[in-house]
Design a protein around this ligand. Structure first.
Ligand code: ATP
Length: 239
């Protein structure tokens, strides 16, 4: 990797009390890459994303963002520096309207005109969200909630977007739509780290991927190479 990675994990560890869920992983993302992290339930993928976002503390190793250590930086400061997480389960404020949820994403911005312009851009990408602006978010379908969660993250103007299981619980056609949106966000130059249970989809979609097992990274490579790897096919693609 020639450019300074936008994100680098060096021997990163995360523990819940005595249980180490992430056991010293290393990975790097170049600016503009779309990389996925796949693995079985309980492998430590969500824990890894939360450690990068700062909602969980690490117990060892280092996390570098733009070449600087962010281990001591609280989550809201990471967000301000362009590091946004769309959490597993979406984290929608169910009693607030769609518009209020979206504006939460911009809470630390002072450039109101630019926020309004970004809202318009998000509406052009997510017309369904625009139609439902005044609806209480808890009454949206799962796919619509996922779109609101992505729109809210985009309103913080991220440079690195962490997506945790965006396809979870959604029908195939809705998943396709969500992935179209992710593709256009990536085309805008946002670096993306995607955690996905749907390994087939993730590998087809990403330029590179890491495979995580029991808290360790066991394989990495291009999406195409991993799709062709017999171990990956046996363990994650149901063959
Ligand atoms: P999934 O797709 O099921 O969410 P995952 O790969 O994202 O799986 P994690 O959710 O990161 O895995 O969980 C990794 C390990 O850490 C699991 O063994 C899990 O039981 C454990 N774990 C996760 N959250 C906690 C917690 N709050 N307290 C204790 N252990 C936890």
């Amino acid at each position: 990797m020639s450019a300074t990675p936008i994100l680098q994990l060096r021997d990163t560890r995360v523990a819940y009390g005595a249980i180490e869920a992430v056991k010293g992983i290393s990975l790097a993302l170049a600016p503009g890459e779309l990389v996925s992290l796949i693995g079985a339930n309980g492998a430590g993928k969500t824990t890894t994303l939360n450690a990068i976002a700062g909602t969980l503390n690490t117990s060892g190793g280092e996390i570098l963002y733009d070449g600087k250590s962010i281990d001591k930086l609280p989550a809201h400061k990471r967000l301000r520096q362009g590091l946004a997480l769309v959490p597993e389960g979406r984290g929608i404020f169910t009693r607030l309207t769609v518009e209020e949820n979206l504006r939460m994403g911009a809470y630390c911005r002072r450039d109101q005109d630019a926020v309004d312009a970004d809202m318009e851009r998000i509406f052009s990408m997510l017309p369904r969200v625009k139609e439902r602006l005044q609806q209480v978010a808890g009454t949206l379908s799962g796919g619509e909630q996922q779109m609101v969660a992505i729109g809210r993250a985009l309103l913080s103007r991220p440079r690195l977007l962490l997506l945790d299981e965006p396809s979870m619980g959604l029908a195939p056609l809705v998943v396709e739509k969500i992935f179209e949106v992710i593709r256009s966000v990536a085309a805008d130059g946002v670096t993306i780290l995607l955690v996905e249970q749907n390994a087939n989809l993730a590998l087809e979609f990403s330029s590179r991927a890491y495979v995580m097992e029991s808290g360790c990274i066991t394989l990495s490579g291009s999406g195409a190479d991993l799709l062709a790897d017999p171990k990956v096919r046996a363990a994650y693609l149901g063959e």
